[in-house]
Design a protein around this ligand. Sequence first.
Ligand SMILES: Cc1cc2nc3c(=O)[nH]c(=O)nc-3n(C[C@H](O)[C@H](O)[C@H](O)COP(=O)(O)OP(=O)(O)OC[C@H]3O[C@@H](n4cnc5c(N)ncnc54)[C@H](O)[C@@H]3O)c2cc1C
Length: 245
Amino acid sequence: MGQSNLKVILLNHTQDPEGLIAHAAKLCYSPSSVEELKEKIEKLDNGKFIEKLLKMGHMSPLEHVTFNFGVEGISRVCSHQLVRHRIASYSQQSQRYVGEHSKNLHGEKTFDFIIPPAIVNAGKKEWFEEKMQDIQKWYDELVEVLGDSGEKSNEDARFILPNAAETKIIVTMNARELLHFFSVRCCNRAQWEIRELATEMLRLVRNIVPGIFSKSGPNCVDGPCTEGKMTCGKIDDVREKFRKL
Ligand SMILES: Cc1cc2nc3c(=O)[nH]c(=O)nc-3n(C[C@H](O)[C@H](O)[C@H](O)COP(=O)(O)OP(=O)(O)OC[C@H]3O[C@@H](n4cnc5c(N)ncnc54)[C@H](O)[C@@H]3O)c2cc1C
């Protein structure tokens, strides 16, 4: 419960991502068989080739490489934005099968929730927590009124739960979609929580394939700001942040 409790685990990813991308791309330009090409690729350092590919904008080979993330400690505000990204797969903890019944937490009984830092900084943390406790009481009351404490009552009782409710989700995205996701969601214009999530996902994948993700992040990391009048005006800070990530 509370401010940022974000946890992102890189569960799995395509083995030898650079080799697979080089293989897929070179097949487009080569008369060799798939297997002959695979042998050649294995002997090469594919970093430079991939750099060239990215510059050319030949992006489809990146779609063969996927990353699987486990995400915890985000609100439903954040997950709602995340699942707008359509070139991805998701499995999210259900509020129907998993009820938000009273749990004992710091002596109080509430479901888990996220408090935005701005609310804490405004001195409203305790106030916010009290409201969550009220919602928990209303939820428990509804479950009782609806008759059982299983999936049937949860499915309607959850209508009273807030966007602040914590959720868990497994996300799979390919490398091309990740580049797009990072460009829009690591930007200062994105909402703080999904920006934190995207930035952590970028940090994890950059460690695995720096050749693809070293210049990834908001568009201004490797070019001009594309936000026009909505620019945050902090291009130097943003570049520094993503250089050091
Ligand atoms: C700062 C910010 C503010 C936002 N505000 C709002 C808001 O107020 N209201 C709101 O509803 N949403 C809002 N969004 C969400 C936004 O509109 C997109 O739904 C979300 O970012 C998903 O991105 P996407 O559509 O580019 O791409 P993805 O779903 O990630 O797909 C990747 C790319 O594939 C292509 N693509 C995918 N599906 C199609 C398709 N069906 N047809 C054609 N091309 C496709 C597009 O090129 C797309 O960019 C906001 C996003 C940001 C970053």
